[in-house]
Write a protein that binds this ligand. Structure first.
Ligand code: GDP
Length: 444
């Protein structure tokens, strides 16, 4: 296999204390040797793996002082020989040292190429690589956890267990073809049925976690609705802890949907402050109202904000939110004439009273109080569809073996096997693999 050295900056290209340049291939030490003078007696070619060596980097027109480390194949990230240069994070320094590695024979790595090499060298599965992307792009603890679970091959282990059941079922069918005695057949039919049903139950169990898994990655969408001046923008700002939306006592101030993200119990919540939904002659405000309706439709939860000093709910909402999880929040608890009859919670966006309680209530209403985010959830659409397809094929196979020759089920079982194998990458096409690695940044 062509195994030239690739090189890239693995840290963000911005002024920072330290930056890392990574070289992977069959001879990164030869490149390092020509641009690094170790401080001690050990020459670069004699570097022990996994040890940091201090010394001077030669950037051509400049020098830098830092650390170099060698990872010996196959015990490295990519499974190849790897060298890391830890230099100072000045943009010109990092660019200059990268350029030097290129002059010395490395070629610039493409997006995700280090991880792609790791995958091709069997260091991680495709789903593990996807977990890594999710971790890199994570914005909440929930996303980190979900990504880490994928990265640590937890989904892979589960699909492997299902694949084993399918392999056993196929072996049983083969045995039946080889020894087609009558009594053996009945036994096999039963055993294959059990194996396939058990595999399908496992698949259904995984598929059922997708709904929450999606919320873990894309966030829970909460629409804040209510009459103009009820304090929607103020509540959004109070939830965010900073001013995101414009607050004013002139009705119709929020003409478009303003969005703010915050983390509750480690999960990302996206709050949408909608324009008051009301009939309006103002064309621009009208567009805002339409957008607000759309936001309502796609949200997971609706918060209706009502001014507690004059609590008259927004009747226009009733029809729009009838199928949505919904919380009725009275705002302005700090006002003397504030009432609290018939609401889920009384808060004050002005003083912050009840806002933490509101966050907990929102979490419980959107996900159920008992949800444990430490569990494993299906988060990737690709995995969901692969499992769904496998499940469908298995239902066909289960029906077939009821009263047909056993080997008629083989094709569907093999197709289910194939679909499951796409998750780890065992049976994924080149295109799928390329698409996944394109989502990475350069240097990973
Ligand atoms: P929206 O039109 O529903 O988005 O309402 P805003 O957030 O713009 O607030 C309308 C008016 O109510 C502003 O003058 C706010 O200062 C005021 N307001 C909002 N929340 C509170 C609150 O908790 N207490 C009091 N006293 N006034 C509030």
């Amino acid at each position: 296999m062509l195994n030239e050295n690739i090189s890239a900056i693995s840290t963000p290209l911005t002024a920072s204390g330290v930056a890392v340049i990574r070289i992977s291939g069959d001879s990164p030490l030869l490149i390092l040797e020509k641009m690094f003078t170790p401080q001690g007696k050990v020459k670069v070619k004699d570097f022990q793996p996994y040890r940091l060596y201090p010394g001077e980097f030669d950037g051509g027109s400049f020098k830098d002082y830092g650390l170099a480390v060698y990872f010996k194949a196959p015990n490295s990230y990519t499974g190849e020989e790897v060298v890391e240069i830890h230099c100072h994070g000045g943009v010109a320094i990092v660019k200059g040292l990268l350029q030097k590695t290129l002059e010395l024979g490395a070629r610039p790595a493409t997006r995700g190429e280090f991880t792609k090499r790791a995958f091709l060298n069997g260091k991680l599965s495709l789903s593990s690589a996807e977990g890594l992307i999710d971790m890199i792009n994570s914005e909440s603890v929930g996303e980190i956890k979900a990504g880490y679970s994928l990265y640590k091959e937890r989904l892979n282990a589960k699909t492997d267990a299902i694949l084993e059941k399918l392999t056993s079922a196929l072996a049983e069918i083969d045995a039946d073809i080889d020894f087609p005695e009558e009594d053996l057949e009945t036994l096999s039919r039963e055993k294959i049925g059990e194996l396939l049903t058990s595999a399908q139950e496992d698949i259904d169990g995984l598929l059922a976690t997708y709904k929450i898994g999606q919320k873990l990655t894309s966030g829970v969408k909460v629409a804040i609705c209510g009459k103009p001046n009820a304090g929607k923008s103020s509540v959004l700002n109070a939830l965010m802890g900073y001013d995101k939306a414009i607050v004013s006592s002139i009705a119709g101030t929020t003409r478009d949907v303003v969005e703010g993200t915050c983390e509750i119990n480690g999960l990302k919540f996206v709050f949408f402050d909608t324009a008051g939904i009301r009939e309006t002659g103002d064309e621009i405000e009208g567009i805002g109202v339409e957008r607000a309706k759309k936001t309502l439709n796609t949200s997971d939860l609706v918060l209706e904000i009502i001014d507690a000093s004059e609590p008259n709910p927004d009747d226009t909402l009733t029809e729009l939110i009838k199928d949505k999880p919904y919380l009725k929040i009275y705002n302005k608890s700090d006002l003397e004439n504030a009432k609290n009859m018939g609401c889920d919670l009384l808060v004050s966006a002005k003083t912050g009273e009840g806002i933490e309680k509101l966050k907990r209530l929102v979490f419980d209403k959107a996900l159920g109080a008992k949800i444990d985010l430490n569990g494993d959830f299906l988060t990737e659409e690709r995995h969901f569809y692969a499992l769904k397809k496998a499940g469908e094929k298995l239902s066909f196979a289960i029906n077939i073996i009821k009263d047909n020759p056993l080997d008629m089920a083989s094709i569907d079982i093999k197709e289910a096997w194939q679909a499951l194998g796409e998750i780890s990458g065992r049976s994924a096409t080149e295109e799928v693999i390329d698409e996944i690695f394109r989502k990475f940044c350069v240097g990973k």
